[in-house]
Design a protein around this ligand. Structure first.
Ligand code: ADE
Ligand code: ZN
Length: 337
């Protein structure tokens, strides 16, 4: 193993951009479909993998919403989330901030508390067994209405002890952040941390809206912010973290070749960029595979990899005390690698 791959694999990391429904591996999809009597248009794993050929975000989302239809019980959500946590524990992830899409489930009559309790059970088990710390972020599906987002937020209020933040995902084009300004204002009043997907496919204007109208604290993706120099300097100056997802960008044709990935440019412009997997089962790799793919394509240096690892804790929602401890632990371990 090269020294740099060794560094990637062994350094402690936080994952800040991960959709739990996007960790549904084909094997589990088939197993849960059988268990829950859900009809899928796939007969076997090869047919599922054949469907994972995307030309844009919407192509992927169609397959993603279909896949999550096999998730029905608290046990299903627990198994899904715990399998992810076991996987990233083996990749030396020590902190996770996980998105879930409750409307993808409540829309098909799965109760909110079934979804949340299954995921929370897994996070609790990972905390005791693996010492993985976590924050849960509930996303609104932006292709649905503002009214539906308000209803979902009202339900989430009852589970404030388990839900740390609010995010915004799904079809970006034609669903600007401004559509959700009022519901984000309400979430802010309730004390939730705020993030949003912006600038993945959407223009720099959507990143401005996410910052100025939604008042988000972190930008999910943010690639297209680089098209606007003033916006880029502002994000750098304010040290607003970007949760960047290299394999996702490649699979969803945000870039056509990993060598075009803007990650090094982001670091050179002083942005607080982090590396994440987004939907690892659909995009061909968990967090370490994302680091390795982009490291190899851009020939990132040890110093750049260390910066990215440190950024993952700096950009997290850990409190100041936890952050200091996580960074100290990071520096101690990296010094010995
Ligand atoms: N939902 C799951 N993954 C997503 C992504 N990359 N962009 C928008 N919505 C998503
Ligand atoms: Zn995402």
């Amino acid at each position: 193993m090269s020294t740099i791959t060794n560094l990637v694999k062994n350094m402690p990391k936080a994952e800040l951009h991960l959709h739990i429904e996007g960790t549904l591996e084909p094997e589990m999809m088939l197993q849960l479909a059988r268990r829950n009597n859900v009809k899928l248009p796939y007969a076997n794993i090869a047919e599922i993998c054949d469907a994972y050929n995307f030309t844009c975000l919407q192509d992927f989302l169609d397959v993603y919403y279909l896949g999550m239809s096999v998730l029905q019980t608290r046990e299903d959500f627990f198994e899904l989330a715990f399998a992810y946590l076991q996987k990233v524990h083996s990749q030396n992830v020590t902190h996770v901030e996980i998105f879930f899409d409750p409307q993808g489930h409540t829309e098909r009559s799965i109760p909110f508390d079934i979804v949340l309790s299954g995921i929370s059970d897994a996070l609790e088990k990972a905390r005791t067994e693996f010492k993985i710390t976590s924050r849960l972020i509930m996303c609104f599906l932006r292709h649905l209405s503002e009214e539906a987002a308000f209803e979902t937020l009202e339900t989430a209020e009852k589970y404030k002890d388990q839900i740390y933040g609010i995010g915004l995902d799904s079809s970006e084009n034609s669903n600007p952040p401004s559509k959700f300004e009022r519901v984000f204002a309400r979430a802010r009043k309730l004390g939730f941390a705020l993030v949003a997907h912006a600038g993945e496919e959407g223009p720099p204007q959507y990143v401005y809206e996410a910052l100025d109208q939604l008042c988000i604290q972190r930008i999910d993706h943010g690639n297209r912010a680089l098209e606007d120099a003033a916006l880029t300097s502002r994000i750098a100056r304010q040290q607003i973290a970007l949760t960047v997802c290299p394999l996702s960008n490649l699979k969803l044709a945000v870039i056509t070749d990993m060598r075009q990935h803007p990650l090094r440019q982001m670091l050179q412009k002083g942005l607080l960029a982090t590396v994440n997997s987004d939907d690892p089962s659909y995009f061909g790799g968990y967090i370490n595979e994302n680091y390795i793919a982009v490291q190899q394509a851009l020939d990132l240096t040890m110093a750049e990899i260390i910066q990215l690892g440190r950024n993952s804790f700096i950009g997290s929602f850990l409190d100041d005390h936890e952050k200091t401890a996580a960074l100290e632990n990071f520096d101690n371990i990296v010094a010995k690698l």
